[in-house]
Design a protein around this ligand. Sequence first.
Ligand code: NAI
Length: 286
Amino acid sequence: RGKRAFIAGVADDNGYGWAIAKSLAAAGAEILLGTWVPALNIFESSLRRGKFDESRVLPDGSLMEITKVYPLDAVFDNLEDVPEDIKANKRYAGSSNWTVQEVAESVKNDFGSIDILVHSLANGPEVTKPLLETSRNGYLAAISASSYSYVSLLKHFIPIMNPGGSSISLTYIASERIIPGYGGGMSSAKAALESDTRVLAFEAGRKHKVRVNTISAGPLRSRAAKAIGFIDMMIDYSIVNAPLQKELSADEVGNTAAFLASPLASAITGAVIYVDNGLNAMGVGV
Ligand code: NAI
């Protein structure tokens, strides 16, 4: 049977999560998505209305099938974590079973197991503020949504991951080099995500034979990136300064994820894989 993938963090056809879903689908995987609760209605209705059909086309001409879309809010592990104002919120009250534990339970009930887990989500409410101006709440929110969300997802999904399975997240070089503008504790959150990738690779490898890697991706004009406000500048900078002077396409990241999820990568775990036209290797811009 083909592999089954759960991809958390897809709410339109512009981001890395969508491209990863397509590359995995092209390689024969069954696709399950986890979509942020506030974005669920518009995503599902756009899917139904065919708004994404053009971007669903796979290299062989067929359309990517999405077997099921699960509502998800990865900052909540279970119902006890959810504050009253969120419970009462119209968008959240309209769906159910969207905490991480409940989503994992639903996937288990629906399908039994998965082979591939992808975390393609991040959120930092104060991302536009320099770190020196970031509040404690803003910093902790960035870590919660962008780093612990991954620990939680893996923790809850790993019991239903088949041995030989693979887990992938997305990170950004701001974790290790100074990228002014990537604020609000988001650089810290990516540093945590990369460090956790190593520790989780050890724990998940020893206990479950599951591999854990993260892709350090170059700049893409996604919805989340546009909200940060400097994405066009970062894309231009990369085209001028990277070894490969071309715009990065989301598919290049998707294809790397498909490789990492495949047996071709069976000895790769605990790694940060750069998919950035080589920009990370430059010492100065020229
Ligand atoms: P995107 O907007 O397509 O994806 C982010 C997703 O996270 C959205 O679908 C959003 O609804 C979801 N999300 C936010 N908070 C959530 C929560 N609490 N629970 C569940 N879902 C939630 O944008 P993009 O850029 O493709 O982001 C995907 C990953 O790629 C992120 O980890 C991002 O940091 C990373 N990345 C992006 C780069 C870029 O230039 N776009 C560069 C390097 C890494």
